[in-house]
Design a protein around this ligand. Structure first.
Ligand code: PGA
Length: 251
């Protein structure tokens, strides 16, 4: 007699996203793609590759990435569909040009542009309303970590950020602020632990949860070997074709 066991381990999506921040003109973006796209030939199909680029690059990249396996992402979205909001971009504008993902609540938005958990929640809802998958960023400062507030801070961010959010169309990025752009990576095992804490707060345990903060070619394999970590959000190391290629093609 044979016995069949159903494998019930979750199949969570792997999402590797580059966050170009305020880097790259259109010409520079094309130069990047020339070096980067050929490196994806042997990338396993189950890895979703995303580039979150400046607004001015979106239209061109939407065309350049057509037929490639790279998905296009933006770095912010306003909560209204249109209106007198100088300097903002709306969901319909992003959707029209083929944007699939949008970063919401990045710590640089929270820190320099007054983003709060309330506005993050509104932006998340707008993204989902227009068929975009938001990448919600949460994470603590060095001061909050030293004061032992990491868990409580992240739980409180999630409580407000996720009100009335569809957890079937969401990616979360755990980004300890002290590890962003500093070269000071969070230990992979510690990132894994905090991501486990985040997962416990969710209604849908299959939401992909990324780690972000000084992800580099030399630490990606260790990070992706962690059981709770479903991908990475990469700033500086996504700007060079070779380094982002090494990250996407982690072992
Ligand atoms: P970093 O940025 O990889 O340059 O640390 C990560 C981020 O801000 O998403």
């Amino acid at each position: 007699m044979y016995s069949f066991e159903l494998d019930e381990s979750p199949v969570r999506k792997i999402v590797i996203a580059g966050n170009w921040k305020m880097f790259k003109t259109q010409a520079e973006s094309q130069e990047f793609l020339q070096g980067f796209l050929p490196t994806l030939e042997d990338t396993p199909q189950d890895r979703e590759v995303v580039l979150c680029v400046p607004f001015t690059d979106l239209n061109l990249l939407s065309k350049s990435l057509h037929g490639s396996r790279v998905q296009l992402g933006a770095q912010n979205v306003h909560w209204e569909d249109s209106g007198a909001y100088t300097g903002e971009i709306s969901g319909p504008m992003l959707q029209e040009i083929g944007v699939r993902y949008v970063i919401v609540g990045h710590s640089e938005r929270r820190q320099y542009f007054g983003e709060t958990d309330e506005t993050v929640n509104l932006r998340l809802k707008a993204a989902q309303r227009h068929g975009l998958t938001p990448i919600l960023c949460v994470g603590e400062t060095k001061q909050q970590r030293d004061a032992g507030e990491t868990e409580s801070l992240i739980i409180s961010q999630l409580e407000t950020d996720l009100v009335n959010i569809d957890q079937g169309n969401l990616v979360i990025a755990y980004e300890p602020i002290w590890a962003i752009g500093t070269g000071d990576t969070c230990e992979a095992s510690e990132a894994n632990r905090v991501i486990g804490v985040i997962r416990k707060q969710l209604k849908n345990p299959d939401v992909p949860i990324q780690y972000g903060g000084s992800v580099k070619p030399n630490n990606i394999d260790e990070i992706m070997a962690q059981p709770e970590i479903d991908g990475v959000l990469v700033g500086g190391a996504s700007l060079e074709p070779a380094s982002f290629a090494r990250i996407v093609n982690y072992k």
